[in-house]
Design a protein around this ligand. Structure first.
Ligand code: AMP
Length: 373
């Protein structure tokens, strides 16, 4: 009998993990505030708001993981006194606090933008003077998809930036990175220490939200070894088990780390169809203590997010080779409610498919002029 895996969170990432687990005869349970969450279609959801919810969740599975990096550490502490959980607490703690995360990157020799901790108006002024403008001011905890951030371009914005973010508590000021593009690397480490890495994804954002990813990132062969080295350092140091994501800026001086996510990631959704073994299946394999699958690319892929509003399904399915994943979520502005993976044969087909998709999708697709694959 295979293990049951309990997952903190019941969103689309949990769904796609459970979908990958099913053919391996592995069941998933979920811990979410809403028993009506997307993952409810794939396994039992234990309400995190219920009086004995955490204990019921702990009783519901053999081994545990997460799809939500803000999983409360207090819950993890209760759980790990009784059962095993992957990834490790220390990875989660670092990912939940940008200052701890940057200290970890520094310790492991992973380049980051110069930064300073900010906890008062005076320390913000000092950071602006020391780092030089522009700087990006971020909340140390709780931010996602560009929320909890202020780009400070001139000194007369300092008071406004402090008024907006100061009440959020601990902050970090970092130099504005003049990057040419944003990429991410996803890797998985098994319980036996085996590490496998997917190729870099090139990520395009619209209003701070991932719009689409191209994999392998064009012209990234020279960047892949450094990215692989950085994420392997993190995996080994943290004694990590499961999938880890590292978001990076590409600069003239090489790669510069932005942040990590101790989980499967939106920029890895392409791997469901585009890789021999997807990020979801490999995460499940790692958590269950099974051998990892190949991360080799079957076909170069473009993953496009459906944001806010669903397109006509038939229109998308009519596109050659399009794979559609809908998350069973209510439409809401700025919300990721599905994604589409395209697997074009060449750059010309990529451009044609993306142009056609841009006509079909209600949300804007931030297309660049010179798309290549
Ligand atoms: P984050 O929440 O840290 O992932 O930041 C969201 C987005 O803001 C990133 O994907 C970048 O586009 C941008 N950004 C974050 N930090 C910086 C920085 N130091 N310099 C320039 N752009 C940044």
């Amino acid at each position: 009998m295979n293990k049951t895996i309990g997952i903190f969170g019941g969103g689309q990432l949990g769904c796609m993990m459970a979908q990958a687990a099913l053919p391996l005869n592995i069941q998933c349970t979920f811990f979410d505030a809403s028993t009506d969450c997307p993952s409810a279609a794939l396994g039992p959801v234990i309400a995190s708001t219920a009086e004995h919810g955490l204990q019921d969740f702990i009783g519901s599975a053999d081994v545990f993981s997460l799809e939500f990096e803000n999983t409360p550490l207090a819950d993890v502490d209760v759980l790990t006194q009784q059962k095993e959980m992957h990834p490790p607490r220390q990875a989660l703690a670092a990912a939940q606090n940008r200052l701890q995360e940057k200290a970890l990157f520094d310790e492991l020799g992973i380049p980051v933008a110069p930064y300073q901790a900010v906890n008062s108006l005076d320390s913000l002024k000092a950071a602006a003077a020391a780092l030089g403008l522009p700087i990006v001011l971020k909340t140390a905890t709780g931010g996602y998809d560009g929320k909890g951030q202020f780009v400070l371009r001139s000194e007369d914005q300092i008071n406004q930036a402090w008024a907006e973010l100061g009440p959020a508590g601990s902050l970090v000021a970092e130099s504005f990175v003049a990057f040419s593009r944003e990429v991410s690397i996803i890797a998985v480490r098994g319980q036996d220490g085996d590490v496998k890495t997917w190729p870099l994804a090139e990520n395009h954002h619209h209003n701070g939200i991932l719009s689409h990813s191209i994999v392998p990132a064009p012209n990234s062969a020279a960047l892949q070894p450094a990215a692989q080295d950085y994420i392997t350092r993190l995996l080994q140091h943290l004694d990590y088990v499961g999938v880890l994501t590292l978001e990076l800026f590409v600069t003239d001086a090489g790669l510069c780390a932005n942040e990590m996510a101790p989980r499967v990631h939106n920029s890895g959704h392409w791997s469901i169809e585009g890789a021999v073994c997807s990020q979801f299946e490999n995460h499940i394999r790692a958590v269950a203590g099974l051998p990892l699958g190949s991360t080799e690319v079957v076909r170069p892929s473009v993953m496009v997010n459906i944001i806010g509003q669903y397109p006509q399904l038939a229109d998308v399915l009519a596109l050659n080779g399009a794979h559609v994943h809908l998350y069973n979520k209510v439409e809401r502005e700025g919300r990721k409610i599905g994604h589409i993976t395209l697997m074009p044969n060449d750059s010309a087909e990529l451009t044609a498919l993306c142009r056609a998709l841009a006509e079909i999708l209600p949300n804007p697709l931030a297309l660049s002029e010179d798309m290549s694959i």
